[in-house]
Design a protein around this ligand. Structure first.
Ligand SMILES: Nc1nc2c(ncn2[C@@H]2O[C@H](COP(=O)(O)OP(=O)(O)O)[C@@H](O)[C@H]2O)c(=O)[nH]1
Ligand SMILES: [Mg+2]
Length: 313
């Protein structure tokens, strides 16, 4: 049996090996993905994003236990761009997730960025394809909602939960960071803390415009993940959203858009790689930057020259 056959046969260690292979973009990883892709498409993918420390991992932990108890298989991808620097966040997650079912119904995978964000969103999406093909009913993706790369990761999902906390200041901050657009449900976690109710009310006001536009009720729920309070309601709302989305055609529309974005992202990633090798790596690029900086040429002419070099213009 090949590793791929083993994966499709439900072998978790084969899955882990293939994920590493894909994550590191080893030789022919795309051929492998092309074989996995037709087996994918069944899993419901849910993203959880928000500021560090908001309680995303705690929520994902509780939700996956509930889903597993219903007989679902759950794959979790924890993306933590800060991990190469602190190393602490993922360790904390692992400790917190020690009470997960040990029957293989919940599988957790961390994605480290090794100090670079290049291609992270694409790699996460590729890993999701492997989990989907493996047969997980749900794939939960946790990512810190701080930058564009993290928001790009959320593009992979069918539904997005934005997790906020009362003390993260004002909800407006999160809305400014683009979280409003991507949220299908808001969880205002740490409801045991002061100001929780006022944040919920504040959000409620701001969200009305989006509600009118989409027809979705866009709930904002107070949760207390650490004591498993209201997480059952959160899961219920998630299921309602998926249902709403499937009934209104939003689900399919969204997935079609994702395919389009995927094509462009593959091309962009490959193109960047080709460009880099064709121009002989960073050194040439530096001298080109130098020439532009010194006024000998300009970015527009330089890019055209590079495209010519790569036979791609
Ligand atoms: N007071 C309080 N603490 C919580 C709650 N939910 C999670 N925490 C704690 O907040 C900290 C950060 O949680 P974590 O899930 O790691 O946050 P993440 O960085 O968003 O994944 C941990 O110490 C949790 O135990 C809550 O509802 N109330
Ligand atoms: Mg976390």
């Amino acid at each position: 049996m090949t590793v791929l056959e083993k994966l499709l046969d439900g072998d978790l260690s084969a899955l882990a090996r293939i994920i590493s292979y894909i994550e590191n973009r080893e030789e022919n990883y795309k051929k492998l993905l092309a074989k996995l892709y037709p087996k994918s498409g069944r899993a419901i993918k849910i993203g959880f994003t928000g500021p560090p420390g908001a309680g995303k991992s705690t929520i994902v932990n509780e939700i996956s236990k509930m889903l597993a108890a219903e007989g679902n298989k759950v794959g979790i991808i924890a993306v933590d761009p800060s991990s190469p620097f602190t190393g602490g966040a993922l360790l904390g997650d692992r400790i917190r997730m020690h009470d997960m079912p040990s029957d293989g119904s919940v599988f957790i995978r961390s994605m480290a960025t090794r100090g670079s964000t290049g291609g992270l969103a694409g790699a996460t999406n590729n890993v999701t394809i492997a989990l989907d093909a493996f047969g997980f009913d749900f794939v939960l993706i946790e990512t810190v909602g701080v930058g564009q790369v993290e928001l790009d990761i959320i593009n992979t999902c069918d539904a997005v939960v934005v997790v906020l906390v009362p003390e993260s200041g004002d909800s407006i901050q999160a809305l400014k960071a683009g979280l409003m657009e991507i949220a299908d449900i808001f969880a205002v976690n740490k409801a045991d803390r002061p100001l929780s109710a006022s944040i919920v009310a504040e959000l409620n006001n701001v969200l009305d415009i989006k509600r009118e536009k989409t027809g979705w009720k866009l709930p904002e729920l107070p949760t207390e993940a650490v004591n498993n309070k209201n997480i059952d309601t959160l899961l219920q709302e998630l299921k309602s959203f998926i249902e709403f989305s499937q009934e209104t055609g939003l689900f399919e529309k969204h997935r079609r858009e994702q395919i389009k974005k995927k094509i462009f992202s593959i091309i962009n990633f490959d193109l960047a790689g080709i460009m880099e090798s064709k121009i002989g790596g960073v050194e040439n690029l530096d001298s080109l930057v130098n020439d532009i900086f010194n006024g000998k040429t300009d970015p527009f002419t330089a890019s055209k020259k590079l495209l010519k070099l790569s036979d791609l213009d």
